[in-house]
Design a protein around this ligand. Structure first.
Ligand SMILES: C[S@@+](CC[C@H](N)C(=O)[O-])C[C@H]1O[C@@H](n2cnc3c(N)ncnc32)[C@H](O)[C@@H]1O
Length: 262
């Protein structure tokens, strides 16, 4: 399901280790180029990746087992969102145009896969691109578990596929016949206030890839050249647009989706 295309960004970031034993842990440590340890020493490591409860998770090494983040697309918030989701109620589906001519979507900033999964659950064929090898490993593991569950098995992998790549290079390399109807972007954006309470998942993503995404403007320009119909950019509701020229905006309480028509 997961593949590697082109060079994946090497982010100078937190110190990582994989904790545990067994073939999966060994292979992950080798793939990510991080140490394999029995138990993470908080003096030497910031975050530790662990296989436990049947899946891959990551937690701060100092947390002593608490604060694990994993991708769960079956239960919890993602499950509730999937069960409640409809093309009418999900702002993202309206912005992307699911059910109104858009069937193929590239999510060029997949992260932990929540938006890509909603788009796929609502019927789109989605290719999710993620350049952080660590985040992609967490997402690939969550997708594998979703593929095995009767509720989400029809969605993954039939309608959602992960590719580990920098979206700029991947989109530039697309053949004309493979251009998607829409490209969806949710780049990192600095929190409004330093004191803002950010959710555990967001905090983790920020620690791994940074709070800002200085190349997002370049990615938008490349996405506009690649998409047949539209590019949709998710922004905090207060944030300036990533670029001028949006044709429409779907506004929610805390986020909005700027639509750039091709
Ligand atoms: C805010 S998160 C996306 C969250 C996601 N929409 C979700 O539902 O979980 C942004 C992600 O985009 C990734 N990203 C940013 N620029 C990218 C690029 N050029 N190619 C691939 N991934 C990129 C970052 O590594 C990060 O994981």
């Amino acid at each position: 399901m997961a593949g590697t295309v082109g060079a994946v960004r090497a982010v100078p970031g937190p110190r990582l280790a994989v904790a545990g034993r067994g073939a999966a842990a060994e292979a992950l440590a080798r793939r990510l180029g991080v140490p394999l340890v029995r138990a993470a020493d908080p003096e030497a490591v910031d975050f530790v990746l662990v296989y436990e409860d049947g899946g891959l998770g990551i937690r701060p090494a100092a947390a002593g087992g608490s604060g694990v983040v994993r991708v769960d697309l079956v239960a919890g918030r993602a499950g509730a969102r999937r069960r409640a989701a409809s093309r009418g109620t999900e702002l993202i589906a309206r912005a992307v145009g699911i059910g109104r001519g858009v069937t193929t979507v590239v999510d060029a900033t997949a992260g932990l896969g929540r938006d890509a999964f909603v788009l796929a659950a609502l019927g789109a064929q989605v290719i999710a691109l993620e350049r952080s090898a660590v985040i992609a490993a967490l997402l690939a593991d969550g997708l594998c578990r979703a593929a095995l569950d009767p509720a989400t098995g029809p969605i993954v992998p039939a309608r959602l596929r992960l590719v580990v790549a920098d979206a700029r290079r991947w989109l530039e390399g697309l053949a004309a016949r493979d251009r998607p109807d829409a490209v969806y972007l949710d780049p990192m954006f600095p929190p409004r206030r330093k004191t803002a309470r950010v959710k555990k998942e967001l905090e983790l993503v920020q620690a791994l890839v940074g709070t800002d995404d200085p190349e997002a403007g370049e990615l938008l320009a490349i996405a506009r050249a690649a998409a047949r119909r539209r590019v949709v950019v998710k922004r905090p509701v207060h944030a300036p647009p990533l670029a001028p020229g949006a044709s429409a905006t779907c506004r929610g309480r805390t986020t909005r989706f700027d639509v750039y028509l091709s």
